[in-house]
Design a binder for this molecule. Sequence first.
Ligand code: GLY
Ligand code: MN
Length: 366
Amino acid sequence: MNLERLQRAERQLGAKRLDALALVPGPNMLYLTGLSLHLSERPSVFILGAGGERGIIAPALEAPRVSQTLGPSVRVFAWSDEQGHEGAFASACEAMRLAGRALVVEYLQMRAIEVKAFERHAPGVRLSALEEQFPTFRAIKDADEIEKTRRAVAIMEAALRETMAAIKVGATEREVAAAYRMACMNAGTEGMPFSPIVASGPNAANPHAVPTDRRIQNGDFVIIDCGAAYGGYVADITRTFAVGAVSPEAEQVYRLVLGANRAGCAAARVGVACGDVDRAARRVIDEGDFGEFFIHRTGHGLGLEGHEPPYMVAGNPTPLEVGMIFTVEPGIYVEGKVGVRIEDDLVCTETGVEVLTAFERNLIRL
Ligand code: GLY
Ligand code: MN
C-alpha cells in the first residue's frame, strides 16, 4: 500500500466531487496498492472512496495474499469459484454505498464484465473515465521511479549494443529480434514490456512492423524499436542503422529525423505544452518537405506502461512538469521505400530535461 498515493487520490476525488474510484488489475492498481493481480476471467476490483473507505473484490484464492498486501484497513469481498462474483459485487456496492454515486473507472482497462456488475448492484451509479478526470494520474514520477527507469534504460542500451552484431546482410528481422530478446534477458530485464520491432528496407516504412523472415540487404535501413523493464518501469528506444551504403536520399531522410529529434528534445522543459514539443519536432520535417510522411505523434509518457500520458501530440495543452518521463520519437515513413525513427527517453527537471538514453544518435553504419 502506498499511503501517500492513496491519500492523494482521495484528495483528487474530493476536489472534483467524485465519490469513489474503482481499479481493475493493472498499472493503476499496482501504483496505489502494490498489488500485482492478473486481469483474468475472475474479476477483481479495488475501490477507494473519497472519504477514505477502501475495499477490494477478489477471488477467494487470492484473498490471503490480497489481505497481507493491503492490511486491515481494506475490506476484502472475497468470492469463490462456486459462488461466482455477483454476490461480492453486491456486498461491496452496498457496503461502499455506490448506488447513485459518481464512480471513476479506467475506460482503457475495465471490461464490460465489471461495468455491468457495477450497474446491476449499484443502481444509478454514474461512471466517468479516470483517463479524462485525472489525465496525469501517474505522470509525475518520484525519485525512486526515475531511478528505476534509469536502470531499465541501462539494461536496454546494453542489450541494443550487443544486438548490433546480429544486424548484417543475410540475417532475418526475426533473428535480430531474437538476438535482442536474449541480450535483454541476459542484461536483467524483467521481461519484454513490448515485442521488439525490427524492420528492414521497405518494411521500415511501417511504424509498428512485426519482424518477418525478410533477410537484411546491402543498402537497407534497419529500425529497431525495443524496450526493457526494471522494477515495473519501462524504457523504450528506437535507433535506425544503415547496413552497407544507403542512398543519398535515405541519408537525407535520416538527417531530417535526427534534426526533428534534436528540436523536440530542445523544446521540452517545464511549463511547455506537450503539443509544442510535437510542433517543434514536426516543424523540422515539414520544412524538409516530408511532413506528410510523419504519421504519428512525437512521443508518449513512460512509466508502469510503455505508452501512457502525457502524449506529445498536436493540440495537447498539458504543460510538462518536473518528474514527467516521456519519449521524443519523430519518424519519416515513405511506403515501399524508406523508414527512419529515432527515439529517446527524457525526464523533465527543474532546469530543463535530462535525456536518459545515451545511445549514439548519429547514423551508425554496419
Ligand atoms: N511509435 C509511435 C507511437 O506509437 O506513438
Ligand atoms: Mn515509443
